[in-house]
Design a protein around this ligand. Structure first.
Ligand SMILES: C[S@@+](CC[C@H](N)C(=O)[O-])C[C@H]1O[C@@H](n2cnc3c(N)ncnc32)[C@H](O)[C@@H]1O
Length: 285
C-alpha cells in the first residue's frame, strides 16, 4: 500500500471513531510510524509501505481510535516552543496554559533574577518554560506525585534549566520554606462530579489527581491562597490558571488573603477560546 493510501484509510478509521481531527492525527501518527518529518512525508507520499511500517502504523491508529491522545501515543508534546516528555503521572499540558506563562513573563518585565515557585508542576511545563525564558531566574517546583516530579526533572534536563530548578515533593506548601517573587499554579480545578463527563482522552488518560478540584473545583485555590502570603516577598505576585467561570471566586479568595486588586491579566486574560484563564494578585507584604 502507498503511504498516501494508508493515510486516507487511517483518516477514515479515525473519522468513524469520532475523532475531531482525523486527518491531522493520522498524518502525525504516520510520521511517527515512519520516523519522518512532515516535509519528507509530503515528498514521499507515493512510496510503498513495507509490512512492518504498515503494522506499526495500524497499531498507532488503533490506539488513537480507542481515544488515546496523540501526545500520549507520541510520548511528548510541544509547549511554549519547547518539547516535553509525558508520563502517566503528568497532565498533558494544554495550549491554554501558555496563557499563564505569557502572563508571568509580562509580569516579570525586565526583571531577571527572580525566585519563582510552581505549585503542582506536573510535566514541569510552566516552570521549565519560565526558566528557559528568564536565564537568571531560579525556580522551585512542587508536586504531590513523585512520578510527575520525575518527569519534570527529565524535562528540565532536556531543556537545559535543571541547574536552576529545585523539585520538592510536597502537598502544596507543606514542605516549602523561603519566599518567592512569583508563585504560579495551575491546580486541579474541575468539580469532582464533572470528571466523568470529560472526553475519553482526558478522563481515561490524564491523572485524576491533576483534574479533581473537590466538590466545587475550588479546593486547591482555598489552600493555596491561604498559605501563599507567608511565601511571597513584599510586592510579590500569585498567578493562577483557573477553570471557566471561576474568576470571581478565585479573585475573592485572593482578596480574602490580603492580595490587592486581584484581577484577570490584561491582554493575556483570554485563552485561545476567549475564556478568562489567568488571575493575578499582588501581595503588599
Ligand atoms: C492541572 S495539573 C497541572 C500540571 C502542570 N502544572 C500543567 O500546567 O500542565 C495539577 C497538578 O497538581 C498536582 N497536585 C494535585 N494535588 C496536589 C497537592 N495536594 N499538592 C501538590 N500538587 C498537587 C497534580 O499531581 C498535577 O500535577
Amino acid at each position: 500500500m502507498l503511504r498516501e493510501q494508508a493515510l486516507r484509510q487511517a483518516t477514515r478509521t479515525l473519522e468513524a471513531a469520532g475523532i475531531d481531527t482525523p486527518a491531522l492525527d493520522a498524518r502525525l501518527l504516520l510520521q511517527q510510524a515512519l520516523g519522518v518529518s512532515h516535509a519528507s512525508l509530503i515528498a514521499s507520499a507515493q512510496a510503498e509501505m513495507n509490512p512492518s511500517q504498515l503494522n506499526a502504523f495500524n497499531t498507532l491508529i488503533t490506539r488513537r481510535a480507542a481515544r488515546e491522545p496523540v501526545s500520549r501515543i507520541l510520548g511528548s508534546r510541544e509547549f511554549h516552543g519547547l518539547n516535553f516528555t509525558l508520563a502517566p503521572d503528568t497532565l498533558d499540558p494544554r495550549a491554554d496554559t501558555e496563557t499563564l506563562v505569557t502572563a508571568a513573563l509580562t509580569l516579570a518585565g525586565g526583571q531577571q533574577a527572580l525566585r519563582i515557585l510552581d505549585l503542582g508542576t506536573g510535566s514541569g511545563a510552566i516552570i521549565v518554560s519560565l526558566l528557559h525564558a528568564l536565564p537568571s531566574a531560579e525556580g522551585t517546583a512542587t508536586d504531590i506525585s513523585q512520578g510527575a516530579l520525575d518527569a519534570a526533572r527529565a524535562n528540565a534536563i532536556m531543556n537545559g534549566v535543571s541547574d536552576r530548578l529545585e523539585l520538592v515533593q510536597s502537598d502544596w506548601f507543606a514542605q516549602l520554606h523561603g519566599k518567592f517573587d512569583l508563585i504560579v499554579s495551575n491546580p486541579p480545578y474541575i468539580p469532582d462530579q464533572q470528571v466523568e463527563n470529560l472526553s475519553p482522552e482526558v478522563r481515561l488518560h490524564d491523572p485524576h489527581l491533576a483534574l479533581k478540584g473537590g466538590p466545587d473545583g475550588l479546593a486547591a485555590y482555598r489552600v493555596i491562597t491561604q498559605a501563599a502570603p507567608a511565601h511571597l516577598k513584599p510586592s510579590g505576585h500569585m498567578l493562577f490558571e483557573i477553570g471557566q467561570g471561576q474568576e470571581r471566586d478565585v479573585a475573592a479568595l485572593l482578596a480574602a488573603s490580603g492580595f490587592t486588586n486581584p484581577t484577570a491579566m490584561p491582554s493575556q486574560q483570554a485563552d485561545l477560546a476567549g475564556i478568562i484563564r489567568v488571575i493575578v494578585g499582588r501581595f503588599p507584604g
